[in-house]
Design a protein around this ligand. Structure first.
Ligand SMILES: N[C@@H](CCC(=O)N[C@@H](CS)C(=O)NCC(=O)O)C(=O)O
Length: 183
């Protein structure tokens, strides 16, 4: 059975965890206790030399990097499809994924580390608003980034959006994103 190395509090593990559940893929969960430094132990470093979760091992194949794992799962198990076939819908899903990964995720750090009055925090919140406005426009009238059903774009972006919301960014400012988040 597929082995899933993860930590339940890791947003990047959650991307893969949700995809496994959505696609109904049976797996053996293996929790890596990041607080206790289990990711630096020799056995885990042999699986991922970069000491990160998530990792999967499937049929003897090891896959690391959450986005690579998502593509592997989609290709290996087409059931409950999470990537649309339409070229533009696919581009929208990938844009949502990459904007979450490359733009939004970096702004988690100032949300955690800066004080309420810090200009860096204000700048980060302004940038989040710009990103979410772009995404609201991209979503347009669709329920999800891939059209009418949940996609890998929604899973990856959803984790990041929920995290910035929990860290003090007011998601109610952008109604369309708030409704999509609730969906
Ligand atoms: N680019 C990697 C990053 C994974 C990552 O940073 N995971 C964090 C948890 S969210 C981790 O394992 N941190 C432990 C460490 O760096 O020692 C991916 O997308 O899978």
């Amino acid at each position: 059975m597929l082995q899933f190395y993860y930590n339940p509090l890791s947003p990047l593990s959650r991307r893969v965890w949700i995809a496994l559940l959505e696609k109904e893929i049976p797996f053996t969960p293996i929790i890596v206790n990041l607080k206790e430094g289990e990711q630096f132990k020799r056995d885990f470093l042999a699986i991922n030399p970069f000491h990160h979760v998530p990792v999967i091992v499937d049929d003897g194949l090891r896959v690391l990097e959450s986005l690579a794992i998502l593509d592997y799962l989609e290709c290996k198990c087409p059931r409950n499809q999470l990537l649309p076939k339409d070229p533009y819908q696919l581009a929208k899903v990938k844009m949502a994924q990459m904007v979450a990964n490359n733009e939004l995720s970096a702004l988690v750090i100032p949300l955690i580390s800066e004080t309420a009055e810090s200009p860096k925090l204000k700048r980060a919140k302004r940038k989040i608003t710009r990103i979410l406005n772009f995404l609201a426009e991209l979503l347009a009238d669709d329920a999800y980034f891939g059209g009418e059903s949940l996609s890998l774009g929604d899973i990856v972006l959803g984790n990041a959006v929920i995290l910035v919301g929990k860290l003090g960014y007011d998601l109610n400012q952008i109604e369309q994103i708030e409704k999509w988040r609730d969906r």
